[in-house]
Design a protein around this ligand. Structure first.
Ligand SMILES: [Zn+2]
Ligand SMILES: [Zn+2]
Ligand SMILES: [Zn+2]
Length: 350
C-alpha cells in the first residue's frame, strides 16, 4: 500500500466504529512489518506524526486507538523520545538557552577565572588590570605575563552584560517560538512519545481478522491457557498484596524462551505450553510477559518448593527440539514494581 493510499484508507477509518478501526489498524501495523514509529513533524502541535499527511483530527483518533490496543495487550509500546512543551500554549518549538540568574537576560558571557601563582590570588579576569602585554595582580601588585608560567586559568565565571553581576551557573530557560512565554526548563511539560509493536496477541488478532473481546478472550490469549499480559500482571500485583497481608507464600518463575528460528516459534511455543501443563499443578497459572517470555505463578509455594519446579520446568523445556530456555525466580519487591522485577529476573545471569 503506497503512502497516499494508506492515508486515504486511514481517513475512511475515521468514520468507522472503534472495534473495526482498531482491527484495521492492527492489520495495517502487521502489513508494515509489525511495528509503527512516529516521525518528527514541525508543523504538528506535539511535534510528531505517525502519518505525516493525515489530518490531525484523524491521527488523534488513531493514536487513541493504538493506546487502547496497547492497554489491551495487542500492541507493545516502544519508547521513541521525550519532548519538552511550552506550558502556555503546548507548543514544542522552544529556544533553549542559558540566562542570567538575576535579571533573566540571555546577554551573558563566560569569563575565565585566573590564579596568580606568586600570591595565590584567584579572581575573574576582569579584576586583573591590563598592563602592556600582560596584566597586573590587584592583590600583590606584581605583573603577570605568561599564561602557564606565572598564572593559570582555573575555571569560568558567567557575567551578565545587562545587569553586570557574575555567577557560577546560569539558569536554563525555554523561550516559546509560538507564544513567547519563558519557562525554566525543569518546569516545561514533558511528554513521552511512543512507537508501537504487535504482540503475540496482536499477530493472532490480525491473522484471525477479529479482536478477542469475548468474556474468556479478555483473560486469555487464543488457546485459553496463557493469560494476557495485563491480566496476569494484575493477578501478580493482587497476589503480592494478599501474600503480604496474610503471609501466604507465592512463587513466580520467569521462562525466557529462545527459539532456533522465528518460523518454528509458534509451533514450538505450543509444545512448550503442553510441557508446562504436564509439569505444573492445576492451580498454577501461566501468563504472557513478552513474545519470548512466559511467567509461571505457583500459589502457596515457598522458595524451596519453587526451586524444585523451576529445575523440573527447565529440564523439560530444554528437552524440546529447537528451544532453549532460561528459567529464573522472580523476586517481587513491591506491587507496583512487578514488571521491573520480572525484567530484572530474565536479564540476570542464570
Ligand atoms: Zn508557548
Ligand atoms: Zn542580569
Ligand atoms: Zn598576586
Amino acid at each position: 500500500m503506497g503512502s497516499a493510499r494508506e492515508t486515504e484508507f486511514l481517513v475512511t477509518l475515521g468514520g468507522r466504529r472503534p472495534r473495526e478501526r482498531r482491527l484495521a489498524l492492527l492489520i495495517l501495523v502487521q502489513f508494515r512489518g509489525g511495528q509503527i514509529m512516529p516521525n518528527w513533524a514541525m508543523d504538528r502541535q506535539d511535534g510528531i506524526a505517525y502519518w505525516p499527511t493525515l489530518p490531525e483530527r484523524v491521527q488523534e483518533l488513531l493514536v487513541g486507538d493504538m493506546e487502547h490496543l496497547a492497554a489491551n495487550d495487542y500492541l507493545e509500546r516502544l519508547h521513541f523520545d521525550r519532548v519538552h512543551r511550552c506550558p502556555g500554549c503546548g507548543g514544542h518549538l522552544l529556544n533553549i538557552r542559558e540566562v542570567c540568574v538575576e535579571c533573566g537576560s540571555s546577554n551573558i558571557e563566560n569569563l575565565p577565572v585566573l590564579h596568580h601563582f606568586r600570591c595565590g590570588y584567584v579572581a575573574p579576569i576582569g579584576e586583573f588590570e591590563s598592563k602592556g602585554r600582560g596584566r597586573s595582580c590587584p592583590k600583590c601588585g606584581h605583573s603577570m605575563r605568561n599564561l602557564g608560567t606565572d598564572h593559570e586559568i582555573v575555571g569560568e565565571q558567567v557575567r551578565c552584560r545587562s545587569c553586570a553581576i557574575s555567577f557560577d551557573e546560569p539558569n536554563v530557560e525555554a523561550a516559546c517560538f509560538r507564544c513567547g512565554r519563558k519557562t525554566p526548563v525543569d518546569q516545561c511539560v514533558t511528554m513521552d512519545i511512543w512507537g508501537y509493536r504487535l504482540t503475540t496477541l496482536g499477530h493472532a488478532a490480525a491473522k484471525a481478522g477479529r479482536l478477542f473481546e469475548e468474556e474468556d478472550e479478555r483473560l486469555f490469549e487464543p488457546g485459553a491457557t496463557i493469560y494476557r499480559r495485563s491480566v496476569f500482571l494484575k493477578m501478580l500485583r493482587d497476589d503480592f498484596r494478599i501474600n503480604q497481608r496474610y503471609g501466604i507464600p507465592v512463587s513466580v518463575i520467569a521462562l525466557r524462551l529462545i527459539y532456533e528460528s522465528a518460523d518454528v516459534r509458534s509451533a514450538a511455543e505450543r509444545t512448550v505450553v503442553e510441557v508446562l501443563l504436564e509439569t505444573l499443578r492445576n492451580v498454577d497459572q501461566i501468563g504472557r510477559f513478552d513474545e519470548g517470555v512466559l511467567v509461571v505463578k505457583l500459589p502457596a509455594t515457598d522458595r524451596d518448593g519453587a526451586e524444585v519446579v523451576r529445575s523440573r520446568l527447565a529440564a523439560a523445556v530444554d528437552a524440546i527440539a529447537g528451544v532453549d530456555v532460561r528459567a529464573s525466580h522472580v523476586v517481587i519487591s513491591d506491587d507496583v514494581s512487578v514488571e521491573a522485577d520480572i525484567a530484572r529476573a530474565i536479564s540476570a545471569p542464570k
